[in-house]
Design a protein around this ligand. Structure first.
Ligand SMILES: Cc1cc2nc3c(=O)[nH]c(=O)nc-3n(C[C@H](O)[C@H](O)[C@H](O)COP(=O)(O)O)c2cc1C
Length: 143
């Protein structure tokens, strides 16, 4: 599970919860995330220079729900830090991946945001995933 964040040209912060994150290429280092064209944040992400993929842990479950809720003042929750260009990131996650937006590829009612990784840091927490409508902590057996 990820929370994907960016900052618009005018400085507003945007983000959404995404389970559609995947690695794409090693050389060059590329990752992808699929974004619903109907998301309020989609115009900002499609025009972004950079975005950040925060791979979240079980401790971020509540925050991930906030970031999946339209109309929420999402950045009022969670202890965000900022990179050198003012993009919001979560310091205590399983991994933080800093991307430059390389391509926006159509994919039905979604677009595929392809990012070139220019920095990646891992943390101590384990990632969490989504299974049958709930968070599944990795290492637990799925019923
Ligand atoms: C577990 C989970 C996974 C999600 N994965 C995605 C995803 O991969 N792509 C996407 O566009 N929306 C995904 N969503 C929905 C968005 O997080 C949600 O619609 C978000 O509020 C959209 O941003 P907006 O508030 O700017 O409209 C997911 C929601 C949940 C609960």
């Amino acid at each position: 599970m990820t929370i994907v964040t960016t900052r618009s040209a005018s400085g507003t912060l945007h983000g959404f919860t995404a389970s559609s994150f995947a690695s794409l290429s090693l050389d060059p280092p590329l990752v992808l995330v699929c974004l619903d064209r109907g998301a309020d944040c989609s115009p900002v992400f499609m025009a972004a220079e950079r975005f950040i993929v925060n791979i979240v842990t079980p401790a971020h479950a509540e925050l991930a729900i906030k970031f999946a809720t339209k109309g929420e003042n999402k950045f009022a929750y969670g202890a965000f830090a900022f990179d050198e260009s003012g993009h919001p990131l979560l310091p205590d996650v399983a991994a933080v991946i800093h991307c430059e937006l390389e391509h926006v590829v159509p994919g039905g009612d979604h677009v595929i945001l392809i990012g070139r990784v220019h920095d990646a840091r891992t943390g101590s927490g384990k990632p969490v995933t989504w299974y049958r409508g709930d968070f599944l902590h990795l290492g637990e057996s799925a019923a």
